[in-house]
Design a protein around this ligand. Structure first.
Ligand code: PRP
Ligand code: MG
Length: 212
C-alpha cells in the first residue's frame, strides 16, 4: 500500500504541536521514543523525524512528500517549495536586534556592522533590498550571546516570547518576517500520494476550523 511520507521536526518547538495536529486529524502514530521513523496504524502515513534545517532538501529531493515546518525555514532554505496549508501554530518573527545601549535610528545603522545569525540568506536578501551591506557571522545556535562576547554588533534570529532577547540585554529593532508552521509539499510528489495529501488536507482544514 502506498503511504504518504511526512517529515516532522525531531525535537524543538514544532515537534509537539505537529504531532498534536495529526492526532486531532484522527491519525495515530506508533511512537517509540528515539525512533526516527514511525508509521500510522489508521492512515497510510509514514513519519520521519528530521532536523528542521534539513527538511527543505528532503522535500526537494522527493525523499519525503510533505512536511510540517516553520515558514521561516522555507524562506531561508526553500523558497522553491510550495505551501499547501498554513497551520496557525508556532508563530514567531525573524528579527534584527541590537544591544539595548545601541542608539538605533534606522535600518541604515546596520551598514558595515557585524551581524550574527543562523539565517544568512534571509538577512542578506533583506539588507540587499535596502541597499545595505553587512558582515555576517553564521552560527547555528545561541545567537543572542554573540554581542555580549564581542563576536557581533547585532543579531538576527527568531523571536517568539522575546525572553531570550531580554535576558541577553538586546532589543528588537526590525521585524524582517513573521512566520508560522505550514504544511509544505515536495515538487516531486506522485499523483497517488497527492490524493493522500488531499485527504489529509481535508482533515486539517476541519481541525483548523474547529480550533477557530
Ligand atoms: C530559539 C531562537 C531564539 C529563541 C526565541 O532558540 O533561536 O533564540 O528560541 O524564543 P523566545 O523569544 O521565546 O525567547 P532555541 O531555544 O530554539 O535554541 P537555539 O538557538 O540554540 O537553537
Ligand atoms: Mg536561540
Amino acid at each position: 500500500m502506498t503511504k504518504i511520507r511526512i517529515a516532522i521536526q525531531k525535537s524543538g518547538r514544532l515537534n509537539e504541536e505537529s504531532l498534536q495536529i495529526l492526532k486531532d486529524c484522527g491519525i495515530s502514530i506508533d511512537n517509540g521514543k528515539d525512533q526516527l521513523k514511525a508509521s500510522s496504524r489508521n492512515f497510510p502515513m509514514e513519519v520521519f523525524y528530521l532536523r528542521n534545517g534539513d527538511i527543505p532538501q528532503y522535500l526537494r529531493d522527493g525523499v519525503v512528500d510533505i512536511a510540517i515546518i516553520g515558514e521561516n525555514v522555507l524562506v531561508e532554505k526553500g523558497e522553491d517549495i510550495s505551501i499547501a496549508e498554513k497551520l496557525g501554530f508556532s508563530k514567531c518573527k525573524v528579527s534584527l536586534a541590537v544591544p539595548k545601549s545601541f542608539k538605533f535610528n534606522s535600518i541604515k545603522d546596520f551598514e558595515g556592522k557585524r551581524i550574527a545569525t543562523s539565517y544568512p540568506n534571509t538577512v542578506l536578501n533583506y539588507l540587499k533590498d535596502k541597499g545595505i551591506t553587512a558582515d555576517l557571522h553564521i552560527i547555528s545556535g545561541s545567537v543572542e550571546i554573540a554581542p555580549n562576547i564581542g563576536l557581533a554588533d547585532a543579531i538576527c534570529d527568531i523571536v517568539s516570547s522575546g525572553s531570550t532577547l531580554f535576558k541577553n540585554n538586546l532589543k528588537e529593532v526590525e521585524v524582517m518576517l513573521t512566520s508560522e508552521a505550514v504544511l509544505a509539499v515536495s515538487p516531486k510528489i506522485s499523483e497517488e500520494r497527492r490524493e493522500l495529501l488531499e485527504k489529509l488536507q481535508f482533515r486539517i482544514q476541519s481541525v483548523l476550523r474547529a480550533r477557530g
